[in-house]
Design a protein around this ligand. Sequence first.
Ligand code: KG4
Ligand code: ZN
Length: 375
Amino acid sequence: MSAALTHRPVILGIETSCDETAAAVVVEGVRVRSNVISSQIELHRNHGGVVPELAARGQITAITPVIEAAMEEANVSASDIDAIAVTHGPGLAGSLLVGVNAAKALAMSWDVPLIPINHLEAHVYANWLRSEGDERQPPKLPAVALLVSGGHTALILMESHESSTLLGETLDDAAGEAFDKGARLLGLGYPGGPAIQRVAEDGDGTAIPLPRSLLDGSLDFSFSGLKTALLRHAQEWREPDAPRDLPEGTVFPPHFPPAFREGFPVADFAASFEEAIVDVLATKAELALERTDAASLVLAGGVAANRALRSRLVERVGERFGRDGPSVSWPDLLFCTDNAAMIAGLARHRTPLHGDDAWELDAYPRLAFGADAVT
Ligand code: KG4
Ligand code: ZN
């Protein structure tokens, strides 16, 4: 096995871990030349969440046009590509395999190495990506990363792009999952995070008393109690005679669409729920910075798109550590949710596979953070 590519590599990245089919071309690990994403949100909206079989089928139809579009947008041809990077986990098995197989086939026919990438590590790496014209300085290392996505919630200490340590993670629901479940319960649709953020703007975040599970100063998280408390408070507003029939063709659980009595303060519910999640995330991130003495805090994952979370973190870190304290940053909105630029970018720091090693690459639906940090 050889070391990471050393010249200015042009890498094609492929990401198919869940319901987004994405391809991107990134130069030298940071410069994003193209970033194409085909989303299946519409396909899954009717089901209130991702249906794995539908997701895999959607990946199959989207993969080739998405790769072609990424190559065209970057204005490159096969001979310009130095390596192909692909997400090999974690994610949905059927979806991951579509990307892994496409990447293998291309690597073989273009005679370039294949670079397997951990989806979670790539989310964190998104903080180092730069679009055309974006000249911001990269975050300083060591950094604490707050990774908050639909499937994961974790605090990580990043010593370098090759080495990181897990400081804490969720013991039950992920933050994004909590947003999605909360939104569903309030009848706000899917995906839940953006829906809650929108409705919460008109609400009072202190209106509904919701618990914060702080787990005695540990850096782990727990959101299942919050979800239960939200359900309990919302049920007080349930219309007792509401019809329980579901619209034809939907497979929502019976609490959807929720039928609440007139005057149900949905904005207050959304704002209080968002506030409870943001408060816990900010408290734990601050604690992680205190314990590690890191130079920066970086946000990652779909929930990093949340405006309340971003401003709360800046506020809290500023208050606690002052002007010379750690910087707080997050990726471009485009790179917060699932994308392939983060895959192609991180590949610059990972070891390429050649020949049989590449051909034998498999998908790992339960791949853990850091499991393949140094291959
Ligand atoms: O990272 P991501 O795109 O997919 C996973 O790998 O999980 O994250 C998706 C998650 C969803 O749970 C979605 O509700 C949440 O990110 N999300 C948000 C926002 N935008 C997306 N959560 C809170 N506020 C947002 N603005
Ligand atoms: Zn993701």
